[in-house]
Design a protein around this ligand. Structure first.
Ligand SMILES: Cc1cc2nc3c(=O)[nH]c(=O)nc-3n(C[C@H](O)[C@H](O)[C@H](O)COP(=O)(O)O)c2cc1C
Length: 178
């Protein structure tokens, strides 16, 4: 049985909603899944998993500090142990999937792209293969102005059920490639 860990940050529930769908999709493809908010990740070893999923909101077009700090801390440990090599050779069978929920009020998806690319670098530097990346448009909970007058139009109530189904379909597809 393949295994996966999903590490995520979520303050207003959007990323958690997506993380749960990612979990369901992977389980339907027979993965053993460990779902962890980033404040409950003590003892996690990335290399113990066939697939490491990381879910983040966009906070000023970067991951929130809690998530960045965790990734930096883990990276430093791996670096100290000699796992960060020049030219980042791929490690067989180690994969990463990154997803970002964002509201894009000013510049749309561009506010989420740096989040995903930044997170991805921690894993690519360790030799993980980035199997997929997903950007999920989501409401900014509690901000009517940002949810109705921003670049992405009316985003109230997102992600909707159909958006979550898109996530699940995509996750099931990537799971088959691992
Ligand atoms: C402090 C803060 C900063 C944010 N900055 C951005 C941003 O720069 N770009 C963006 O697209 N969305 C931004 N958002 C919206 C969130 O990324 C979005 O609502 C996300 O889905 C929240 O995830 P969560 O419900 O899992 O906490 C911000 C939200 C907060 C609370």
């Amino acid at each position: 049985m393949k295994n996966a860990v999903i590490i995520y940050f979520s303050n207003t529930g959007n990323t958690e909603k997506v993380a749960e769908v990612v979990k369901n999709g992977l389980e339907e493809e027979n993965f053993d899944v460990n779902l962890r908010p980033v404040n409950e990740v003590d003892g996690i070893e990335f290399f113990d998993y066939d697939l490491v999923c990381v879910g983040s909101p966009s906070y000023n077009w970067m991951p929130p500090d809690d998530l960045s700090d965790f990734l930096k801390k883990k990276f430093k440990e791996y670096e100290d142990d000699g796992f960060v090599k020049l030219k980042a050779p791929q490690v067989e069978g180690r994969n990463t999937f990154i997803f970002c929920t964002y509201s894009g009020p000013h510049t749309g998806k561009n506010e989420a792209i740096p989040v995903v690319k930044y997170i991805g670098q921690f894993f690519e530097h360790l030799g993980f293969n980035i199997v997929d990346e997903m950007y999920v448009l989501s409401e900014m909970v509690g901000s009517k102005k940002y949810n109705t007058q921003g670049k992405m139009g009316d985003i109230r109530g997102l992600p909707a059920q159909k958006d979550l189904e898109v996530v699940k379909t995509r996750v099931k597809k990537l799971a088959k490639r691992i």
